[in-house]
Structures are given as C-alpha cells and as structure tokens.
Design a protein around this ligand. Structure first.
Ligand SMILES: [Zn+2]
Length: 380
C-alpha cells in the first residue's frame, strides 16, 4: 500500500498505483491510544478526546470511559495462529471463515444475503435485505430429515464431520485434493476445540448423551437469559448458567426471554437479540468459549445506583463500538476475521436498529407526551 504523510491525503499523479482511486486516503497509523480502555485509534477518528480526571478518553471506543467490559479471553495459541499466520492452512481457514462459522453455528440467520453484488475483482461486500433474525430449531430433526445447525451437535454424531462438510460444501470447483484434506483437518480441529471449551457446545453434547441413553424420554433445553454476575467484569458463564436440560415431563417456570428448545417439532424459535447467547450461538468461531454477547443492564463505569442517572447502562451500539476496537496488549479475532467481520457488522447494525425500534415502541406513551408538551410550550 502506498503510504503518505498526514495532511495531504491525495496520492501524487506520478506515484499512483494501478487500480487505486485518486481519492485514496491514507490515515497513517493508529497513533492515538485511549488512556481508559487502551483502544488504538487513528488521529482522524480520535479528535474529540476528553480529559476525564487524569486520563484522556475518546467517545468512539468507550464513550469517554463510561463503557467498561471484560477483556476478551485469549484464544489458545494454535487458534490465534490461524488468524495471524501466513501458512497455507491459515490462508485457507480465513478464505473460508464464513463457511466454517456457519458449519458450527447453532442458529439460522434469516434475511436475504445478496451475493450478486460480488462481481469482478472488487473487494467482497456483505449485503443483505429483508428482515434479519436468528432462529433456533428443535433438538432433533423431523423424521427422515437431515440434521441442521444445532441438531448437528446431537443427532447422527458418528458421521458429524461428514454431515457438516456435506451441508456447507466448498463451492469452489478449483479446490485441490490437498485443500480438501486441509478442509477436513480444519473441521476436525475446530470441532475438538469447541467440544473442549465452548459452554454452549458442552450443553448440547449433554443433551446428546441423555438422548443416546434414553431415546424415548422427553427432553427440553432452556437457554437462560438472566445473568447474576456483573457484566463489566464477567462474560464467561458456566454450562449451568447458560442452559438447563429438562429431562422428563417437568413443568418449570421460565423467564419471558428464555428460549425453550423442544426435542422434536419443525417450529423454529426466534431469538430475542437481547439474549446474552444471541451472538455466541450465531458466531461460535468468534466466541469459541461461548462468551456472552450483548446483554442488558451492564452498568456504565462508576454507576452504582440508578438515581438521577439518565443513562446508567451500556447500550447495544456502545457494546458493538467497544468490541470492534483494537487494543494494546489484546488480540481481536473479530477484527482479523475478514468476511465474518463484514457479516457481524451488518448483523450488529440490524440488531441495534431493532433495539432502537423496540425502545420507541415501549416508550410510545412518554414520547407522545413529550411531543405534546413541546407543542404546548411553543404555543405559550
Ligand atoms: Zn476508550
């Protein structure tokens, strides 16, 4: 990439590289560091720095120090290498990362992905239309049907690798025999890693074991929404905190946002985007331990009570803004995940929009009242 000094952003005529727009901008390096959350920012995006107590903070990364979230769990070194190294295995993994993620995701993503936009040699674009949603199917497929998504963790697991590979086939006709071997090797490796460390995978494997031992027993899985621990310091729940396996015909009381997955039945359950497992169920490769995604009631830094504080909690927009920063001493899988990054950004945008609409709907009465008050004060 051609690099230029700050100030004059245009590439000189005689120095222009082929195919690079004359409007190509170079923002230099990430030379600014937020002293509160340690995000590395470009000078041009960090212009609204504020001094908070003794530290200089920025709005873009942590809302001037208000947002406080736990540091990401460092992936095991071999997994980190897949994102960072230059080997044939790493290149193949990153090229196919969306496919691998779909292969292991529990939920089905609705909306229509428009692949027609990716023509020619332009950088890949992720575009979707229609209403976006994530839905989860029953624990087992209908009679005679092939298992999909979360069902792959429970049903016909002797042929699991083959089942995953068949559903999410490599569509590239030029794939060589060596690459096919690499593909199988990567799928086996990912499966073993997730089995070892992902709390959501462990829960589904428990359901599989119960089903294998007692195939006729009624079985349900409750994906729990509430969390007891402080979201500013804690995002790695245990298996019993994320889900409960209900064996037999026992009636339990559920929270309204809990998801109850039945043993059989073709009905898809729509997930609420405020559920802490909404993101990890769709993006197991970015949340390999089943780490919680966004959840409500994560307090802003220093907020101990709600009295008189208009915005005491981290919003979904602030959560995403915080998560997509590169920080000193941390490794962000998300930022290195290429096409999967594009997907989660588009998905995240629709989640934020949906949360905003939900807020407007729930505050309809108050909002109308404020508008009326404003009109009255205009008249007076
Ligand atoms: Zn910050």
């Amino acid at each position: 990439m051609h690099r230029k000094g700050r100030g004059d952003c245009r590439v000189p005529e005689n120095n222009r590289l082929n195919g690079i727009s004359k409007d190509y901008l170079d923002h230099g390096d990430q030379s600014v560091v937020c002293e509160m959350c340690h995000a590395k920012l470009w000078n041009d995006e960090a212009t609204r720095g504020k001094r908070k107590e003794t530290k200089v903070t920025y709005s873009l990364c942590c809302h001037n120090g208000a947002v406080e979230l736990p540091p990401p769990v460092r992936p095991n070194p071999e997994y980190e290498e897949l994102f960072k190294s230059n080997t044939a295995k790493s290149k193949f993994f990153l090229k196919n990362i969306r496919r691998y993620n779909s292969m292991f995701s529990f939920t089905f993503m609705g909306g229509k992905v428009d692949a027609s936009i990716n023509k020619g040699k332009a950088p890949c674009v992720f575009r979707m239309s229609g209403q976006n949603y994530h839905a989860i199917g029953s624990l087992l497929p209908k009679d005679g049907a092939k298992p999909k998504f979360s069902q792959l963790y429970i049903y016909d697991t002797e042929k699991e690798i083959q089942n995953r590979q068949t559903i999410f086939r490599d569509t590239d006709a030029d794939t060589s025999a060596a690459e096919k071997k690499l593909d199988t090797e990567i799928i086996i490796w990912l499966k073993e890693m997730l089995d070892r460390q992902n709390v959501l995978v462990k829960t589904y494997r428990m359901a599989r074991d119960v089903y294998n031992q007692q195939p006729t027993t009624d079985l349900k899985l409750r994906l729990i929404c509430s969390r007891q621990q402080d979201g500013r310091t804690y995002n790695l729940p245990t298996t019993s905190e994320v889900a409960a396996l209900i064996v037999g015909d026992i009636e339990e009381s559920f929270e309204p946002r809990d998801i109850v997955v039945n043993k059989v039945g073709g009905k898809l359950e729509y997930m609420n985007e405020l559920h802490p497992s909404y993101v990890p169920l769709q993006y197991p490769l970015l949340h390999p331990n089943g780490e919680d995604g966004y959840r409500t009631k994560i307090k802003h830094r220093g907020v101990e009570d709600d009295d008189g504080n208009k915005r005491p909690y981290t919003t979904m927009r602030e959560w995403f803004a915080y998560m997509i920063q590169e920080r000193v001493g941390e490794f962000s899988k998300t930022l290195y995940s290429r096409r999967l990054l594009q997907q989660i950004l588009v998905d995240g945008y629709t989640m934020i929009e949906s949360e905003r609409l939900c807020f407007i709907r729930s505050k309809q009465k108050e909002l109308r009242f404020v508008t009326f008050e404003n009109l009255r004060s205009l008249k007076e």
